[in-house]
Design a protein around this ligand. Structure first.
Ligand code: ADP
Length: 241
């Protein structure tokens, strides 16, 4: 537990720059064109890719390229209070930002008039679900054989009171109310050019702190990339976790 006003010790005993235990699997849904799961601590995301397939209605088709469509949702049992099924403002925002992040690395110019659907579902949520979903979706797209200029890896970084931290859990993200509170920054990095494909900022942080925390995130993304690539080399094909 934190001392009042100063975050000196993490809730779960981690170091400030230490991520939660992470794991990944590819090939978890055999009937899909691509599928993967990514877990960090108690947060788990699964992603399924279907396509490229002809986009309907026809007037939405683009004769020059295929399009990516992302659908993110939390399962009703993913948190203690049941989540109401169906889209809401939050899920629509997360679907959109995920679509933008992934669109920056995929190339659908070889598949005109088509759509690639990415379905992301969260069976367990303990903060960081959008970045876990992006990690799973990137693997599922690669598994589906969608042309990608490079991979993407994602992590939540931030600040709790005056302390920079990485991979915030739900307590750190929203239930730490002492001192300056918490700042949450979902970050998506590309694997080769090391560019930022998505960055959102909820809270307050100084520019030097921001630069330092992005460096922490960059290192974590390098490690997450290894986990993703290992999973892609060891496709389960079991259909069960
Ligand atoms: P992210 O999951 O990407 O961190 P948010 O910051 O919006 O996105 O959510 C943080 C966490 O809050 C979620 O991971 C989940 O644990 C919890 N949460 C989000 N929406 C709900 C909800 N409707 N009911 C209960 N808990 C929720």
């Amino acid at each position: 537990m934190a001392e009042k006003g100063i975050y000196t010790k993490r809730n779960d005993g981690r170091k400030m720059d230490e991520v939660r235990p992470m794991s990944a699997k590819v090939g978890i849904v055999p009937s899909a064109d691509g599928s993967a799961s990514f877990q960090t601590g108690k947060t788990k995301a699964i992603a399924v890719v279907r396509g490229p397939r002809t986009l309907h209605p026809q007037h939405m088709q683009d004769a020059k390229t295929g399009i990516l469509r992302v659908n993110y949702g939390m399962m009703p049992f993913s948190v203690e209070d049941r989540i109401r099924p169906g889209p809401n403002r939050r899920s629509e925002e997360i679907s959109k930002v995920t679509e933008w992040a992934l669109s920056s690395v995929i190339d659908l110019s070889g598949f005109p008039n088509t759509v690639v659907d990415v379905f992301i579902q969260i069976p367990q949520a303990d903060a960081g679900t959008r970045v876990a979903g992006i990690n799973a979706a990137a693997m599922a797209l690669a598994h589906a054989g969608i042309p990608m200029r490079e991979m993407v890896s994602a992590i939540g970084v931030g600040k709790i009171d005056k302390t920079l931290v990485i991979d915030l859990d739900k307590y750190e993200d929203s239930e730490f109310h002492d001192g300056e509170g918490s700042t949450d920054i979902p970050l998506v990095m590309t694997s080769r050019s090391k560019e930022i494909a998505l960055l959102q900022l909820d809270g307050k942080i100084s520019i030097p702190e921001f630069k330092a925390v992005i460096e922490m995130g960059k290192k974590a993304c390098d490690n997450i990339l290894k986990i993703q690539m290992d999973a892609l080399k060891n496709i389960t094909g079991e259909g069960n976790e």
